[in-house]
Every structure is written in C-alpha cells, then in structure tokens.
Ligand binder design. Structure first.
Ligand SMILES: [Zn+2]
Length: 104
C-alpha cells in the first residue's frame, strides 16, 4: 500500500512538473497579460515614490477637519505624513496653533 501511494505521488508530481515545463516552453518563464507590467518594474517604481503614511487631501481641509486630522494622526510625524502636514498648515494659517520656530 505505501509503495502504491508513493508511485501515485511521484506520477502526480511528474505530470504537474511536465505541465509547468510545457507552459514555460510555450509562454516563457513569466507570462504577462497584454499590456502587463513586470513585477520588477512595479517594485522599481514604488521604491522611488516619495513615502507618506497618509496622503494630503485633494482640497485643503477646513479648520474643523484639520483639527480632527491632527487628533487622528497624533502618532504621525508631520515630516512623513502629508495629511498631518496639510492639517498643520491650515491650523497655522487660521492661527489656531503656532509652529515652535514661529515667533510672531
Ligand atoms: Zn500619517
């Protein structure tokens, strides 16, 4: 019984391996759909995009929205978080907060 099972497993693996080999022979090692972008190119592009943990809004925040964003993004750095930086600017412009280096 174990010998039969072993033969069945080896035969199944052989069929799968031959199918994969035949597919690679026919389509190449990494077939892409028409217009597809290779994974290496996607990784290259993503690694060169500026990183931000939260994106800035398309339109400026209202003062109320900016206040809420500042509370929600309390653990974000304004240097890395475009949303928090945008909220910060709105609150500075509205004179709700003063930057530490601002002496007016
Ligand atoms: Zn953030």
């Amino acid at each position: 019984m174990p010998a039969t099972l072993f033969v069945v497993i080896i035969a199944t693996c052989s069929v799968v391996a031959l199918s994969i080999h035949a597919a690679r022979q026919r389509y190449g090692p990494n077939p892409l759909p028409e217009g597809g972008i290779p994974a290496a190119e996607i990784i290259y592009r993503v690694e060169r995009e500026p990183w931000t943990c939260h994106h800035a809004p398309a339109r400026p925040y209202t003062v109320e929205q900016a206040s809420r964003v500042m509370q929600e993004r309390i653990n974000c750095s304004a240097d890395d978080c475009d949303a928090k930086a945008a909220a910060f600017r709105v609150l500075v412009d509205a004179r709700r907060i003063k930057p530490a280096t601002w002496s007016r």
